[in-house]
Design a protein. Structure first.
Length: 141
């Protein structure tokens, strides 16, 4: 869904509380209840920027071809509308190195937390591991 051939890292800029509405069974093919949380300031200083929501045609008229990686298509005239603005997506061209001290692993359950710690001999390569079921008060769907 990224125009052009430039590889990018896609980030979801949603408050933790909003994840409970996104991580539902109906969205399971698109969103799994596992992820990595990083500081937005770190992403920004690494080159990540909010996507620009506009039609690809508009984008091709207004932007240089090498900047099309920043565009996410939107078309509210279609039925159903194409509207991903709820994701508050950010993108970064290339790779985003993750710094252990400022990265948190998001997992589905306490069982997953235990598995991560077991796999890494009680020293996972991140600042912490958070079970989403704990944040939402019940299991992520």
């Amino acid at each position: 869904m990224v125009p052009g051939d430039r590889p990018v890292v896609c980030l979801f800029d949603g408050p933790i509380g909003d994840l409970s509405r996104v991580l539902v069974r109906a969205n399971r093919r698109r969103y799994e209840p596992f992820g990595v949380a990083i500081d937005k300031r770190y992403a920004y200083t690494s080159g990540a920027r909010p996507v620009i929501y506009m039609s690809l045609g508009e984008a091709q008229e207004l932007l240089d071809a090498e900047e099309l990686w920043r565009v996410m298509g939107i078309d509210l005239t279609r039925t159903p509308p194409v509207d991903w603005t709820f994701e508050r997506e950010w993108r970064l061209p290339g790779d985003l190195p993750l710094e252990a001290s400022s990265t948190v692993a998001l997992v589905e359950s306490w069982q997953d937390v235990a598995e991560v710690y077991d796999r890494f001999d009680n020293a996972p390569p991140c600042a912490g591991v958070i079970p989403l079921e704990n944040l939402f008060g019940s299991r992520a769907a």
